[in-house]
Write a protein that binds this ligand. Structure first.
Ligand SMILES: C[S@@+](CC[C@H](N)C(=O)[O-])C[C@H]1O[C@@H](n2cnc3c(N)ncnc32)[C@H](O)[C@@H]1O
Length: 255
């Protein structure tokens, strides 16, 4: 009798980019094409999933009465699928290692002895800023850029001192619902109320908006314009650059 050969599955964390399917990398498309299983989040465009026509799809955002599967269960699922011998693609919005919890998934896979690799993706800040023609750094306006998470729970514990202000760009992910609190925090830390801000909603997606305002008016601008997730805040002088919303919409017709 032939010795039993262990099945050798593997997991590839793939960045799906900020939304537009044509922002996938060639490596991402190749990984999807050979996947047996695609484990994906909710915001993934169906056109992206079409690059994996033969794969079984597992939407981890729709488990348990539409609540996202807890992170440790996602890790366990990836390990189980790989151990069953499948070539698994874990598809994540933007880049897996930018506020994507890719680090925890890699740790779970390495701990279980499962082969894992990562395909980077276009992070939302890069895609949305490009769409709004906002250079996140600029020789004349900003020589550094920082990405922070603006989630409400731990805002008070965040230490953003030195990340925003003259010559610096601050990009806040997951910050629109708490934009007033974020603006107050930055002003309390000494940032000028007239610091330029841009709100980039649905970057690279149909209906994308790029709204310009000042730090003191940020919360009101989000509210008055009924901004919804996914959206980013860009805070700093570069937010003044680029195009007005109506001009942007006109450009996008030719994109
Ligand atoms: C959990 S984070 C995931 C970030 C992702 N890993 C990345 O690299 O872009 C989700 C946040 O990314 C931002 N985001 C994602 N897609 C976006 C888009 N198309 N336009 C603007 N912001 C976006 C929003 O702030 C959203 O709340």
């Amino acid at each position: 009798m032939a010795p039993s050969v262990p099945l050798t599955g593997r997991v590839t964390l793939v960045g799906a980019g900020p939304g537009a399917p044509d922002l996938l990398t060639i490596r991402a498309v190749r990984a999807l094409a050979v996947a047996d299983v695609v484990v994906h989040d909710g915001l993934i465009d169906p056109a992206v999933l079409d690059f994996a026509p033969g794969a079984r799809r597992v939407d981890v955002s729709k488990r348990r009465a539409r609540h996202t599967l807890p992170q440790d269960e996602i890790g366990a699922l990836l390990v189980a699928e790989a151990r069953a011998g499948y070539n698994v693609v874990r598809l994540k919005g933007g880049d897996p290692f930018v506020f994507g919890r890719g680090g925890e998934e890699v740790e779970a896979l390495l701990a279980a002895g499962v082969a894992v690799s990562v395909v980077p993706g276009v992070s939302a800040a890069l895609g949305a800023a490009a769409g709004a023609l906002i250079p996140l750094t600029h020789r004349d306006h900003a020589s550094s850029v920082s990405f922070v998470a603006g989630t409400c729970q731990n805002l008070a514990e965040q230490d953003w001192a030195g990340l925003a202000g003259k010559g610096r760009t601050l990009v806040v992910y997951m910050g629109v619902t708490n934009s007033t609190g974020i603006a107050d925090k930055l002003m309390a830390d000494g940032l000028a109320p007239e610091t330029p801000c841009a709100i980039l909603e649905r970057g690279t997606l149909p209906g994308a908006r790029a709204l310009r305002t000042l730090l003191a008016d940020l919360g009101r601008a989000v509210e008055d314009n009924a901004v919804v997730s996914p959206a980013l805040l860009v805070i700093g002088d570069v937010a003044r650059l680029g195009t007005a919303v109506d001009v942007l919409a006109a450009f996008q017709e030719f994109a």
